[in-house]
Structures are given as C-alpha cells and as structure tokens.
Design a protein. Sequence first.
Length: 517
Amino acid sequence: MRLKLMIPFIFLAMFVLLAGSQPVFAVEVWKAEYWNNRDLEGDPILVRNESGLSHEWGDGSPDSSIDTDNFSAQWSTRTYFNEGTYRFVATMDDGMRVYVDGNKIIDVWYDSQQHDVVADVNLSAGEHNIVVKYYEAGGKAAAKVTWSQIGQTIGSSGNWAAEYFNNTTLSGFPARTQTESKIDYLWGGSPAPDVNADMFSVRWSSAVPVDSGTYRFTVRADDGARLWVNGQKILDQWIEQPETTFSADIVLSAGTVPVTLEYFDHGGTAVAALSWVKIADGVTVAPAATAPQSFPNWKAEYFNNINLNGSPVLTRNDTAIQFDWGSSSPVPNLVNHDLFSVRWSRTINLPAGTYSFKTIVDDGVRIWVNDQIVLDHWTIAGGTPLLTNVTVPGGATKIRIEYFEMTGLARISLDWDQVNGSASSSGSSAAATNSSPTAPAGYASLKNARVLTLREGPGIGFDSVGYILRSSTVQLIGRNSSSFWIKVRLQDGSEGWASSKYLNSATPFNSLPVRTE
C-alpha cells in the first residue's frame, strides 16, 4: 500500500525535474481579455486562459458574450526563449499590434482583409513578455501569432541550415527546412516538391571554422543574393539578373564565424553557389572586382534609421517613386517597417522652363534640383500633399529625394509637370506618359495613375511585388470577393494584385473568377 501511494509522487517529482531542465513550451498559455468595443476600453466582458493564439472566427464570435463585429481583445503571456533571432508572424483581419517586452514590433491598427505581417527580433536567453492587441471591425475575423527561431547555425562548414520559402522575400514560415552539406545548385525546376519552381527564396546559415587571415567569398547567383560573414554584409546583389559571379574579401580572426547567404529566384533557370578561399595570412588585399550595379531609373538607397546615417542596408534601382507600403517594410527582413529612410537620385534631361513638383508623403521629405533644396518638409506628417515650383535652365537636371518614415503608415509619391517654358513637358518618377493604351478583352490599362503598385495580396497591407506603368497593359486573371482587388499578370509573367479603381478594362471585373490565394 505504501508503494502504491509513492508512485504518483515519483512521477510528479520527475515531471517537475524535467520541466525545470527545459523551460521551452510548445504551446503557449495566454491570458485572453475581450471587449465589446474596438478600443479595449473599460472592463473586459470576458477573461479566460487560451492555449495558443490561432483564431479563425469567420463571421462568428469568440464567445456568445462577445459581439460578432466591433470587438477587441488582448492576449498576454510570458515565456522562455533561447538566445537568438526570432521571426514573429502575425495574421489578422482587421487590426493588430504585437509587443515584446513592451516594444511594439508589429503595428497594423487599421481595417484590413486577412493577411500576414512579419517582424524579426533579437532576444536574449530567458523569459520575455509577449502582448497582442486586436480589433475586429466587420465581416470575417481572424487573429493568429506564432514565432520561430531563424538563422540558427549548425556545427561546422559542412552543415547548412536551409530554409526554403514560396515567395521571393523570405517571408512567413518556410515551406521546407533541411540540412545541406554545401551550396552549389543549378535548378532547372523546383528545388523540392513542396517548393515553387519560380518565385522562391532560400536562407542558408552555418558556422564556419577559419584561421586568422583574409578570405575571398564568391557567390554565383541567378537571380538575387546577399551574403553576411561574421555579422557583416559583404555582398548585396538583391536584384533580378542573369547568372553572375560576385566576390568580396574580409579579414577574419581565428575561430568559428557565422555565415548567412540569402537568395531569391524570380523565374527561369535558378543558380545559387557559395565558395571561399584564404588568400592572405592576416593581410588585407584589394577587394576582388565585382560587376557594377546599374541604376537606369532611380538609384535608391535604404537605411535602417531616419537620418540616412551610415551605409545603406539596400541599394537598388527603383523604376518609380510611387510607394504605398502601409505598415509593411519596403523589403521585409532587410529594411525596417518603421524608422527607416531612403535617398533617391537620378539625372534627367528636361526642357528649359518652370516645373511643378508634387509629392504626397507620410512622413518627411526633402527635394533637391541641381543641388539646390527646393522643398524641405522634414517632419512627421500623415499623407500630406506638397507642391513646389522650380525653374531649370534645360538639359541634364539632377534630382535628389530624401524621405523618412517614423511609425505607422508609410507612403511617398513624386510627379512633376511643366507649367511654362519653350516646350510642354510632364513627367513622373517613372517618366510615364499621360495616355493609356487601349486594352483588349481580358486585359486592362491604367487610369488616373501614372504608376500603380502591384501587391502580393489583395490589400494595401501586403508587400509590393512590382509596378504597373501607364504605358503597359496587364492580363486579368482573377478578383477577390468584392472585386475591389484584381489579380493581374504582367508581360514578364509575374503576378500580383492591383486596385480596380485604377484599372481600365472593357471586361467586367465581376465576371472574373474569385481567387482566394
């Protein structure tokens, strides 16, 4: 009898011991609070514990005591994290904010259709507080938050942690994770059955043992790639391009250094390869020659601060300055979604005369023409339209735009028109014309816009995947349930969602098939 009584205590002691030795929980327990208003005001109507935060209420309600529309909620938990970088993925319909230790990492506090927003956070080992705030306006309701550690290194240079994504921006959860012995690929199709044949991306991470010396790292890629060695980005060619080889040199101390290669394929043949060689013992040599980056339109430099300080985290060619990022990042997982800045510059031939430069901005902007500042609105503002007139002598004209985003929504556009002079001229950041082509059946052209942002999903909360110029036509391939967002295909085969209010077509939008992806 005494033995039987002791058995439960033995198992209880074993449970406590095991729980204390591994303080990582697969399913979080959240304190959930619900209000019958959209602003979390007053005392909550319902308070309860919930396992995990993954709700798809559809047209329903979290509970019989909660309204189906115009309600809000807050979830809070405290949980253990190992040291490292964690990717938080928030899914919402409508608004959501996510805080880690009181720091707001996701802010999408506006009406929206269901979509995902991603944020990466560096965390120390130990317990951290997570708080999620949410509101539902009307229609469908969904609220989900998950996280996973990214960029974990595995053993030595012979082991790479590989994460494959079914998008070109390494967004959301990977479609496949696996360990690979090397990075040397020429894919004629899909890398794996659960990975796209085109429009995919990969992140490889490892810890590489090195002796003291100078090392040359070489990347071969079709399309884009960027490389970090020992926490320093030494290569950044995040652009569509044919197979190209790039090299960069770095001095390393003896030990094990982290190496991360990020890659995306837009279409066609996919090539990704990485190699390195020691070229000197502790001596810096001239960097290997690399192919120059081309800027046929705007040279765009993106900074993870609001003052354009230091080196840009991204330099690329932007075809137009016509951006409405919402609360998203210009390039997820590379550029901040808040507290970032951009510098655009180009030289364009303009006839002599006076020009009206127009911009709509959230938050601050400065404009220079021929190195003279003509507009200075370097302040926090929300969707402010601005205008300035500038007289130019004609010929090559230098234009520079500086922009910063503080928090919340991010937006900037730039157009100009000649108001007097020897010849009539109008332009925009895309140098578009004022006429729309006639679109055949099943196609559309632009109306009331010079450039239209193409988005990854049906809503402004989704990331930009390209642009539609006024001089082009696009194929209509689907719509969302309200026909407000139309899925289109560009001439290069890429696809995305565009607002129907800016599309001109003889084909009724409500005749298109509803697309749910």
